[in-house]
Design a protein around this ligand. Structure first.
Ligand code: AMP
Length: 277
Protein backbone atom coordinates (compact mmCIF):
# COMPACT_ATOMS: atom_id res chain seq x y z
CA UNK A 1 0.00 0.00 0.00
CA UNK A 2 1.42 3.36 -1.04
CA UNK A 3 0.71 6.48 1.01
CA UNK A 4 1.14 9.84 -0.73
CA UNK A 5 0.61 13.42 0.34
CA UNK A 6 1.43 15.80 -2.54
CA UNK A 7 -0.42 16.04 -5.86
CA UNK A 8 2.81 15.31 -7.72
CA UNK A 9 3.28 12.03 -5.79
CA UNK A 10 -0.37 11.12 -6.33
CA UNK A 11 -0.17 11.63 -10.08
CA UNK A 12 3.08 9.69 -10.30
CA UNK A 13 1.51 6.62 -8.65
CA UNK A 14 -1.90 7.08 -10.34
CA UNK A 15 -0.35 6.56 -13.82
CA UNK A 16 0.45 2.94 -12.99
CA UNK A 17 -2.90 1.91 -11.44
CA UNK A 18 -4.97 -0.61 -13.39
CA UNK A 19 -8.56 0.27 -14.32
CA UNK A 20 -11.15 0.41 -13.03
CA UNK A 21 -9.87 2.55 -10.18
CA UNK A 22 -12.28 2.94 -7.23
CA UNK A 23 -12.09 5.98 -4.94
CA UNK A 24 -13.39 6.04 -1.36
CA UNK A 25 -13.30 9.61 0.01
CA UNK A 26 -13.16 9.82 3.83
CA UNK A 27 -12.33 12.19 6.66
CA UNK A 28 -10.51 9.39 8.51
CA UNK A 29 -11.04 7.96 12.01
CA UNK A 30 -12.23 4.93 10.12
CA UNK A 31 -14.91 2.51 11.27
CA UNK A 32 -16.78 -0.44 9.75
CA UNK A 33 -18.98 1.95 7.73
CA UNK A 34 -15.93 3.30 5.88
CA UNK A 35 -14.47 -0.20 5.56
CA UNK A 36 -17.70 -1.46 3.96
CA UNK A 37 -17.14 1.11 1.18
CA UNK A 38 -13.52 -0.04 0.83
CA UNK A 39 -14.69 -3.67 0.56
CA UNK A 40 -17.28 -2.76 -2.08
CA UNK A 41 -14.55 -0.94 -4.03
CA UNK A 42 -12.20 -3.92 -3.59
CA UNK A 43 -14.92 -6.22 -5.03
CA UNK A 44 -15.63 -4.07 -8.05
CA UNK A 45 -12.34 -2.41 -8.93
CA UNK A 46 -8.83 -3.44 -9.97
CA UNK A 47 -7.30 -0.75 -7.73
CA UNK A 48 -8.65 0.98 -4.64
CA UNK A 49 -7.69 4.52 -3.64
CA UNK A 50 -8.78 5.96 -0.27
CA UNK A 51 -8.47 9.66 0.51
CA UNK A 52 -8.25 10.86 4.11
CA UNK A 53 -8.81 14.58 4.48
CA UNK A 54 -10.73 16.45 7.18
CA UNK A 55 -12.14 19.07 4.84
CA UNK A 56 -12.22 22.44 6.65
CA UNK A 57 -14.55 24.10 4.11
CA UNK A 58 -17.50 21.84 5.00
CA UNK A 59 -17.38 22.88 8.68
CA UNK A 60 -18.92 26.18 9.79
CA UNK A 61 -16.95 28.29 12.31
CA UNK A 62 -19.19 26.99 15.14
CA UNK A 63 -18.74 23.31 14.23
CA UNK A 64 -16.27 20.65 15.40
CA UNK A 65 -13.34 20.98 12.94
CA UNK A 66 -10.69 21.42 15.66
CA UNK A 67 -11.98 18.51 17.76
CA UNK A 68 -12.84 16.16 14.86
CA UNK A 69 -11.28 12.79 15.84
CA UNK A 70 -8.10 11.77 14.00
CA UNK A 71 -5.84 8.69 14.12
CA UNK A 72 -3.88 8.35 10.89
CA UNK A 73 -1.67 5.51 12.07
CA UNK A 74 -4.66 3.33 12.98
CA UNK A 75 -6.46 4.28 9.74
CA UNK A 76 -3.46 3.24 7.61
CA UNK A 77 -3.26 -0.05 9.49
CA UNK A 78 -6.93 -0.82 8.80
CA UNK A 79 -6.62 0.13 5.12
CA UNK A 80 -3.50 -1.99 4.65
CA UNK A 81 -5.45 -5.01 5.99
CA UNK A 82 -8.24 -4.33 3.46
CA UNK A 83 -5.77 -4.53 0.57
CA UNK A 84 -6.02 -0.86 -0.42
CA UNK A 85 -3.54 0.13 -3.15
CA UNK A 86 -3.12 3.83 -2.51
CA UNK A 87 -3.98 6.25 0.30
CA UNK A 88 -3.91 9.99 -0.36
CA UNK A 89 -3.64 12.21 2.73
CA UNK A 90 -3.37 15.77 1.40
CA UNK A 91 -2.82 18.69 3.78
CA UNK A 92 -5.16 21.68 3.89
CA UNK A 93 -2.42 23.78 2.27
CA UNK A 94 -2.37 21.36 -0.70
CA UNK A 95 -6.16 21.38 -1.05
CA UNK A 96 -6.67 25.07 -0.30
CA UNK A 97 -3.57 27.14 -1.08
CA UNK A 98 -3.66 30.78 -0.02
CA UNK A 99 -4.92 32.00 -3.42
CA UNK A 100 -7.73 29.38 -3.68
CA UNK A 101 -10.87 30.89 -5.25
CA UNK A 102 -12.90 28.28 -7.19
CA UNK A 103 -16.00 26.57 -5.82
CA UNK A 104 -18.61 24.06 -6.99
CA UNK A 105 -22.24 24.86 -6.15
CA UNK A 106 -25.18 22.50 -6.53
CA UNK A 107 -28.42 24.44 -6.19
CA UNK A 108 -31.83 22.87 -5.39
CA UNK A 109 -30.96 19.62 -3.62
CA UNK A 110 -28.56 21.39 -1.24
CA UNK A 111 -31.28 23.72 0.08
CA UNK A 112 -33.36 21.59 2.51
CA UNK A 113 -32.36 19.37 5.47
CA UNK A 114 -28.60 19.46 6.14
CA UNK A 115 -28.24 22.40 3.76
CA UNK A 116 -30.76 24.44 5.77
CA UNK A 117 -29.18 23.56 9.12
CA UNK A 118 -25.55 23.85 7.99
CA UNK A 119 -25.24 26.82 5.61
CA UNK A 120 -22.22 26.45 3.32
CA UNK A 121 -21.71 22.79 4.24
CA UNK A 122 -22.49 21.38 0.80
CA UNK A 123 -20.44 24.05 -0.97
CA UNK A 124 -17.48 22.60 0.93
CA UNK A 125 -18.53 19.00 0.22
CA UNK A 126 -19.08 19.42 -3.53
CA UNK A 127 -15.89 21.43 -3.95
CA UNK A 128 -13.73 18.90 -2.14
CA UNK A 129 -15.33 15.90 -3.87
CA UNK A 130 -14.84 17.62 -7.26
CA UNK A 131 -11.17 18.16 -6.36
CA UNK A 132 -10.76 14.53 -5.25
CA UNK A 133 -12.39 13.23 -8.44
CA UNK A 134 -10.24 15.52 -10.59
CA UNK A 135 -7.03 14.54 -8.83
CA UNK A 136 -7.61 10.77 -8.63
CA UNK A 137 -9.70 10.31 -11.81
CA UNK A 138 -11.43 7.12 -10.61
CA UNK A 139 -13.90 5.17 -12.75
CA UNK A 140 -16.04 4.49 -9.65
CA UNK A 141 -16.51 6.45 -6.43
CA UNK A 142 -18.07 4.99 -3.27
CA UNK A 143 -20.23 6.87 -0.76
CA UNK A 144 -22.45 5.83 2.17
CA UNK A 145 -26.25 6.00 2.42
CA UNK A 146 -25.59 7.23 5.99
CA UNK A 147 -25.17 10.70 4.45
CA UNK A 148 -28.29 10.45 2.29
CA UNK A 149 -28.47 14.06 1.12
CA UNK A 150 -24.74 14.06 0.37
CA UNK A 151 -25.27 11.10 -2.00
CA UNK A 152 -28.08 12.95 -3.78
CA UNK A 153 -25.92 16.08 -4.07
CA UNK A 154 -22.88 14.18 -5.38
CA UNK A 155 -24.98 12.29 -7.94
CA UNK A 156 -26.39 15.61 -9.14
CA UNK A 157 -22.95 17.21 -9.41
CA UNK A 158 -21.50 14.23 -11.28
CA UNK A 159 -24.41 14.31 -13.73
CA UNK A 160 -24.45 18.09 -14.18
CA UNK A 161 -20.69 18.44 -14.63
CA UNK A 162 -20.20 15.29 -16.75
CA UNK A 163 -17.74 13.57 -14.43
CA UNK A 164 -16.82 10.25 -16.11
CA UNK A 165 -17.36 8.34 -12.86
CA UNK A 166 -19.92 5.86 -11.63
CA UNK A 167 -21.26 6.84 -8.19
CA UNK A 168 -21.94 3.87 -5.90
CA UNK A 169 -24.01 4.29 -2.74
CA UNK A 170 -23.46 1.61 -0.07
CA UNK A 171 -25.88 0.71 2.78
CA UNK A 172 -25.55 2.24 6.25
CA UNK A 173 -23.55 0.07 8.64
CA UNK A 174 -24.93 0.00 12.19
CA UNK A 175 -23.73 -0.99 15.64
CA UNK A 176 -25.39 -4.09 17.19
CA UNK A 177 -27.96 -1.76 18.87
CA UNK A 178 -28.63 -0.12 15.46
CA UNK A 179 -26.86 3.20 16.07
CA UNK A 180 -25.50 4.19 12.65
CA UNK A 181 -21.69 4.12 12.77
CA UNK A 182 -20.09 7.55 12.68
CA UNK A 183 -16.73 9.01 13.62
CA UNK A 184 -18.70 11.51 15.74
CA UNK A 185 -20.08 8.70 17.95
CA UNK A 186 -16.68 8.93 19.69
CA UNK A 187 -17.87 12.21 21.28
CA UNK A 188 -20.77 10.52 23.13
CA UNK A 189 -20.57 10.07 26.91
CA UNK A 190 -21.91 6.68 28.14
CA UNK A 191 -25.44 7.96 28.93
CA UNK A 192 -25.52 9.81 25.60
CA UNK A 193 -24.34 6.72 23.75
CA UNK A 194 -27.38 4.88 25.15
CA UNK A 195 -29.71 7.75 24.29
CA UNK A 196 -28.32 7.89 20.73
CA UNK A 197 -30.22 4.72 19.80
CA UNK A 198 -33.29 6.97 19.74
CA UNK A 199 -32.50 7.95 16.10
CA UNK A 200 -32.81 4.43 14.72
CA UNK A 201 -35.68 3.64 17.10
CA UNK A 202 -37.65 6.60 15.72
CA UNK A 203 -36.88 5.70 12.10
CA UNK A 204 -37.73 2.04 12.63
CA UNK A 205 -41.00 2.93 14.39
CA UNK A 206 -42.00 4.97 11.32
CA UNK A 207 -40.99 2.11 9.04
CA UNK A 208 -43.18 -0.23 11.04
CA UNK A 209 -46.12 2.16 10.68
CA UNK A 210 -45.40 2.32 6.94
CA UNK A 211 -45.31 -1.48 6.74
CA UNK A 212 -48.69 -1.53 8.50
CA UNK A 213 -50.10 0.61 5.71
CA UNK A 214 -49.54 4.21 6.85
CA UNK A 215 -48.84 6.46 3.83
CA UNK A 216 -49.55 9.88 5.38
CA UNK A 217 -46.17 11.63 5.72
CA UNK A 218 -47.25 13.83 8.62
CA UNK A 219 -48.42 10.86 10.65
CA UNK A 220 -45.03 9.20 10.06
CA UNK A 221 -43.25 12.39 11.21
CA UNK A 222 -45.44 12.38 14.34
CA UNK A 223 -44.59 8.72 14.98
CA UNK A 224 -40.90 9.67 14.96
CA UNK A 225 -41.45 12.78 17.12
CA UNK A 226 -43.27 10.66 19.72
CA UNK A 227 -40.21 8.41 20.06
CA UNK A 228 -37.89 11.43 20.48
CA UNK A 229 -40.26 12.89 23.10
CA UNK A 230 -39.46 9.87 25.29
CA UNK A 231 -35.72 10.66 25.27
CA UNK A 232 -34.75 13.63 27.49
CA UNK A 233 -31.19 13.85 26.10
CA UNK A 234 -32.41 14.27 22.51
CA UNK A 235 -32.94 17.70 20.92
CA UNK A 236 -34.47 17.28 17.46
CA UNK A 237 -33.31 19.57 14.62
CA UNK A 238 -35.43 18.10 11.87
CA UNK A 239 -37.64 15.13 11.11
CA UNK A 240 -38.22 14.65 7.40
CA UNK A 241 -40.25 12.46 5.10
CA UNK A 242 -39.13 13.51 1.63
CA UNK A 243 -38.88 12.42 -1.97
CA UNK A 244 -35.56 10.50 -2.17
CA UNK A 245 -34.54 12.24 -5.41
CA UNK A 246 -35.69 15.85 -5.04
CA UNK A 247 -35.62 15.90 -1.20
CA UNK A 248 -38.88 17.86 -1.23
CA UNK A 249 -41.16 17.11 1.73
CA UNK A 250 -44.05 14.75 0.94
CA UNK A 251 -47.71 14.84 1.97
CA UNK A 252 -48.42 11.32 0.85
CA UNK A 253 -45.99 8.48 0.10
CA UNK A 254 -46.85 7.19 -3.33
CA UNK A 255 -43.82 5.06 -4.12
CA UNK A 256 -40.55 5.91 -2.35
CA UNK A 257 -39.65 8.07 0.61
CA UNK A 258 -36.53 9.07 2.49
CA UNK A 259 -37.07 9.36 6.23
CA UNK A 260 -34.27 11.38 7.78
CA UNK A 261 -33.53 12.95 11.16
CA UNK A 262 -30.92 15.28 12.67
CA UNK A 263 -30.73 15.31 16.44
CA UNK A 264 -28.43 16.72 19.09
CA UNK A 265 -27.57 14.26 21.84
CA UNK A 266 -25.92 16.60 24.32
CA UNK A 267 -23.44 18.61 22.23
CA UNK A 268 -23.10 15.94 19.55
CA UNK A 269 -25.10 16.32 16.36
CA UNK A 270 -26.12 12.99 14.82
CA UNK A 271 -27.96 12.18 11.58
CA UNK A 272 -29.59 9.00 10.35
CA UNK A 273 -32.04 7.93 7.64
CA UNK A 274 -33.86 5.03 6.03
CA UNK A 275 -35.41 4.56 2.61
CA UNK A 276 -39.00 3.34 2.23
CA UNK A 277 -40.08 0.80 1.15
P1 AMP B 1 -16.82 10.64 6.52
O1 AMP B 1 -15.46 10.16 6.90
O2 AMP B 1 -17.76 10.79 7.67
O3 AMP B 1 -16.79 11.83 5.60
O4 AMP B 1 -17.46 9.48 5.65
C1 AMP B 1 -16.82 9.00 4.49
C2 AMP B 1 -17.79 8.13 3.72
O5 AMP B 1 -18.20 7.03 4.55
C3 AMP B 1 -19.07 8.88 3.31
O6 AMP B 1 -19.44 8.49 2.01
C4 AMP B 1 -20.06 8.40 4.34
O7 AMP B 1 -21.39 8.43 3.88
C5 AMP B 1 -19.61 6.96 4.55
N1 AMP B 1 -20.09 6.46 5.84
C6 AMP B 1 -19.97 7.07 7.05
N2 AMP B 1 -20.60 6.35 8.00
C7 AMP B 1 -21.14 5.26 7.38
C8 AMP B 1 -21.91 4.15 7.82
N3 AMP B 1 -22.27 3.98 9.10
N4 AMP B 1 -22.30 3.24 6.90
C9 AMP B 1 -21.95 3.39 5.59
N5 AMP B 1 -21.22 4.42 5.12
C10 AMP B 1 -20.81 5.35 6.00
Amino acid sequence: MKVVVSLAELWEVRRFLNSPVGLVPTMGYLHEGHLSLVRAARQECACVVVSIFVNPTQFSPTEDLSTYPRDLERDLDLLEKEGVDLVWTPTKEIMYPADFQSWVLVEEVTKPLEGAMRPGHFKGVTTVVAKLLNAVQPQKAFFGQKDAQQSVVIRQMVKDLNYPVEVKICPTVREPDNLAMSSRNAYLQPAERQAATVLSRALFAAREAYQNGERNANRLRKTMQAVFNQEPLARVQYISCADPNTLQELDLIEDHALLSVAVFIGKTRLIDNILLP
